[in-house]
Design a protein around this ligand. Structure first.
Ligand SMILES: [Ca+2]
Ligand SMILES: [Ca+2]
Length: 201
């Protein structure tokens, strides 16, 4: 008697789980956010993805954030995107903001990923803290306060700016919240981890 009355509920739960699973498997989420960069006291981080930039097979996430480096990452069907790497640190525990500035960015579709140090382009699924595709203007990326990416003081993080798909080049400008500061830059001509490590140190 009891199990009979529960049946429709159980079937509904299973159906919802299936729907949720399918939705999570879709990489490109509906573009509902369009955070615009505000002027900050921080100098922006700017550069260019060019034909000389290193390439990697990027990941994506379902939006989870883990300041302790264990955000679950999935392999993207899009491979071989150009990327640049920056070292960043925070001086407080408030959520950070990193927003691609449409004024100065002409890459058609960007992606931002924050890693714990080190980022290994041969294993981009490791050490992931946060990821964003389209929370900025149009298809530009933004880590906003709403995403609650609060980092740990004194720890080095690596910011990877890349394109959504392969063969996308152009300039980028990233505005940063006041609690974020640069702790180094890695040149973009180097495609292997060994070479990057040599340049960074
Ligand atoms: Ca994007
Ligand atoms: Ca958007």
């Amino acid at each position: 008697m009891r199990s009979k009355t529960l049946m429709p509920y159980l079937v509904l739960c299973m159906a919802l789980t299936l729907v949720a699973g399918v939705a999570q498997a879709v990489e490109k989420q509906p573009d509902l956010m369009n955070a615009a960069a505000k002027a900050t006291l921080n100098p922006p981080t700017s550069g260019s993805l060019t034909l000389a930039s290193g390439t990697y097979d990027r990941i994506y996430t379902s939006g989870t954030v883990d300041a302790q480096c264990g955000a679950e990452a999935f392999d993207s069907a899009n491979d071989g995107m150009y990327y640049d790497v920056y070292c960043l640190q925070v001086d407080d525990t408030n959520p950070i903001e990193l927003i691609l500035d449409a004024n100065g960015t002409n890459i058609i579709d960007t992606v931002l990923t924050i890693y714990c140090s080190p980022f290994d382009p041969m294993h981009p699924e490791l050490n992931v803290v946060a990821f964003d595709d389209d929370s900025g203007e149009s298809t530009l990326s933004a880590i906003t306060a709403a995403q609650n990416v609060a980092l740990i003081e004194g720890q080095e993080y690596w910011l990877v700016i890349s394109s959504y798909g392969a063969n996308m080049t152009g300039d980028y400008v990233i505005q940063k919240s006041g609690n974020v500061y640069d702790c180094g830059v890695v040149t973009n001509e180097l495609a292997t981890w060994g070479a990057i490590k040599g340049m960074y140190r």
